[in-house]
Design a protein around this ligand. Structure first.
Ligand code: GLV
Length: 375
């Protein structure tokens, strides 16, 4: 439905990855390398899908991941996603590249909202948003560390995303037919006021930063370990480091005070040909030694993927595309439907596996290739 509703440029931004999309595919495929070892002939009255992250009890073992440009996918965008997450008893992570004010997103949700921070707009803009996030009641900062520049999203390049977002009318013209081919989306987009500046990246003395394409956005978004130390001075709450793929970075993040790390390759959108997160998970779990929570994101499309991640030591999983297709198709109702599909999947998988609770999953429920054991 998302593909039918969105202009190609928007759908491909959501659906696509970097370069040959090797990692985009591998993120999903790698789950197939893990097989289940079920315990049959057991029965239990209820399945417990809950997990505890950063001191919050979540009814579901997954949170909704940050998704840039959500308001272009649906006018309600981030507000719809946060509300659906809250209603389902889980958390929502708001991207810096968001179209709605963080205060409105937080107020719209009954669940925890975390803010994902890029340094777009420099430290002054970051300082402003960190204060706003605290005042609005956001519970954690999620700092993404895998974006020194944008990955080469070839679909965006072909579809003219840069031209459509920030080009002149003449530059836009060749790419407009794909937009005109989706009149339903176009009417909603125009009713919503067209392209909005980024309300959570406020440049001192200048106001909200104009929306730019992903290349320009991430070119100024890089975060270093030194920045992380600076962020810690400003933000006394928990910090999650997202974008860890090795034991070395996991250790470093823990030493720098991260409360959680998310094993992630940014959904295959940054460096192509890196490991799938589920493959890197055992190495990271071993390196962290229980000193921080380990989350993972990337390639999660089914409840069974989440179960496998928990068997390998994840405390929580982030789902991105899995709900964003629903958001693009039908706003909040679509996000809720996506969450419900995953919830039903999880319950069925636990019953078939013979395990009553997400927190009781461990390595004994899966076979992993011998080469993964080294982690
Ligand atoms: C934004 O972070 C993106 O990956 O497109």
């Amino acid at each position: 439905m998302a593909r039918r509703r969105l202009p190609k440029a928007v759908f491909d931004y959501l659906d696509g990855g970097a370069e040959g999309e090797v990692t985009l595919r591998e993120n999903c495929r790698a789950f197939q390398d893990v097989s289940f070892r079920p315990r049959h002939a057991v029965s239990f009255p209820a399945c417990d899908l809950s997990t505890r992250v950063l001191g919050f009890d979540l009814a579901l073992p997954f949170l909704l991941a940050p998704i840039g440009y959500s308001r272009l996918m649906h006018p309600e965008g981030e507000i719809a996603a946060a509300r659906a997450a809250g209603e389902a008893g889980t958390g929502y992570i708001l991207s810096t590249i968001s179209g709605h004010r963080l205060e409105d997103v937080k107020a719209g949700s009954s669940g925890p909202v975390f803010y994902q921070l890029y340094l777009m707009g420099g430290r002054a803009a970051a300082e402003d948003v960190i204060h706003r996030a605290r005042a609005a009641g956001c519970s954690a900062l999620v700092v993404t560390i895998d974006t020194p520049v944008s990955g080469m999203r070839e679909r965006d390049y072909r579809n003219g995303v840069r031209e459509l977002v920030s080009g002149s009318l003449r530059e836009k013209l060749p790419f407009l037919p794909q937009v005109l081919a989706r009149p339903g989306w176009l009417i909603n987009f125009l009713r919503d006021g067209g392209i909005h500046p980024l309300p959570n990246v406020v440049l001192p003395g200048k106001g909200p930063m104009p929306l730019v394409d992903i290349n320009a956005a991430l070119a100024s978004a890089a975060v270093t370990w030194a920045d992380l130390r600076w962020i810690r001075e400003l933000w006394r709450g928990p910090i999650v480091v997202k974008g860890v793929l090795t034991g070395e970075d996991a250790r470093r993040a823990v030493d720098e005070g991260a409360a959680a790390v998310s094993v992630s390759n940014h959904g295959g959108r940054q460096l192509d040909c890196v490991s799938a997160p589920v493959r890197a998970l055992p190495e990271v779990v071993a390196a962290v030694k229980g000193q921080a929570e380990v989350w993972m994101d990337g390639g999660v499309r089914r409840g069974s993927d989440i179960v496998k991640a928990f068997c390998l030591g994840a405390r929580a999983v982030l789902c991105g595309r899995a709900y964003a297709y629903g958001m693009a198709a039908a706003g909040k109702a679509g996000v809720s439907r996506a969450i419900e599909i995953l919830r039903a999947d999880l319950e069925r998988t636990l019953r078939l596996l013979g395990c009553p609770s997400m927190t009781k999953l461990d390595r004994s429920y899966v076979n992993v290739p011998a080469s993964w054991q080294a982690g």
